[in-house]
Design a protein around this ligand. Structure first.
Ligand SMILES: *[C@@H]1O[C@H](CO)[C@@H](O)[C@H](O)[C@H]1NC(C)=O
Ligand SMILES: *[C@@H]1O[C@H](CO)[C@@H](O)[C@H](O)[C@H]1NC(C)=O
Length: 240
């Protein structure tokens, strides 16, 4: 008993000895992998994996929120990016830092080019290349995009640009038609993150701190098991 307790103590001590956590990352056997590209977006829209439709192959869709970005809304409610829509991206579906080389977050993804619902709620480890070599984003796939290429990961970053949907952030946060910063790419400095609602500033800052402001870094990607921290936020688990 005592021995076991001290072993556990030792393990805990090891994983936090540098003041940083090192969660286990588990690759999925025969999961998808390859090299890909990234972009960034935050259009405030209900994500595509948040519908109760067979193509998403999920038990429960990704949670979407009421206009406050906090309280959940029914899966059948129309997206706030469509006329009379009331469902929006939840504020907490933005990235955060786990340790100096690892963050958790959420992405829209396409493996085939164009809208691709087949991998909804699967998780992927993105290993950044170039200047960010050695840094990783472990992300759950919550969204798709008709404007995405093959092996393309569009990282959910508040203030990262609206992309093709203009209406969501206007109705949810009273932004102008171009949102925060530029329509494509969003704000251009961390100082501009202060223009975002307080609830979204953390994810905006993440781009300039963890991602060091690097513009659309290339990645290697590998499917991994979803950490409980991510599925606790989206409530979504894939069936396949
Ligand atoms: C961050 O966590 C990952 C995954 O456990 C680990 O491989 C890596 O060494 C950690 N990085 C730091 C700087 O602690
Ligand atoms: C947006 O503007 C409307 C009307 O002026 C106001 O009622 C609402 O509180 C504003 N929302 C935010 C998030 O500022």
């Amino acid at each position: 008993m005592k021995r076991q307790a001290s072993l556990i103590y030792l393990l805990v001590l090891c994983s936090f000895s540098n003041g940083q956590s090192s969660p286990e990352i588990v690759p999925v056997q025969r999961g998808f992998s390859g090299s890909g590209v990234t972009t960034r977006y935050w259009d405030c829209c209900k994500p595509s994996c948040a519908w109760q439709i067979p193509q998403t192959n999920v038990k429960t869709p990704v949670e979407s929120c009421q206009i406050d970005g906090v309280n959940p809304i029914d899966f059948n409610d129309q997206s706030g990016c469509d006329d009379n829509g009331v469902a929006y991206m939840c504020n907490d579906q933005q990235a955060w830092v786990i340790n100096d080389t690892l963050s958790y977050g959420f992405v829209a993804a396409s493996f085939s080019g164009g809208s691709d619902l087949s991998q909804c709620c699967h998780c992927v480890l993105l290993s950044f290349q170039g200047r960010l070599l050695g840094k990783h984003l472990l992300a759950q796939i919550t969204n798709t995009g008709s404007d995405l290429y093959q092996n393309h990961f569009d990282i959910a970053i508040p203030g990262g640009g609206l992309g093709i949907f203009k209406r969501g952030c206007m109705t949810q946060w009273n932004t102008t038609e171009t949102g925060w910063g530029q329509e494509i790419g969003g704000v251009t400095s961390e100082a501009e993150c202060s223009e975002l609602p307080a609830a979204l500033q953390r994810g905006c800052d993440w781009r300039f701190e963890f991602l060091e402001g690097v513009d659309n870094p290339d990645v290697l990607f590998q499917e991994v098991e979803c950490p409980a921290e991510l599925t606790a936020i989206t409530k979504c688990v894939s069936l396949s």
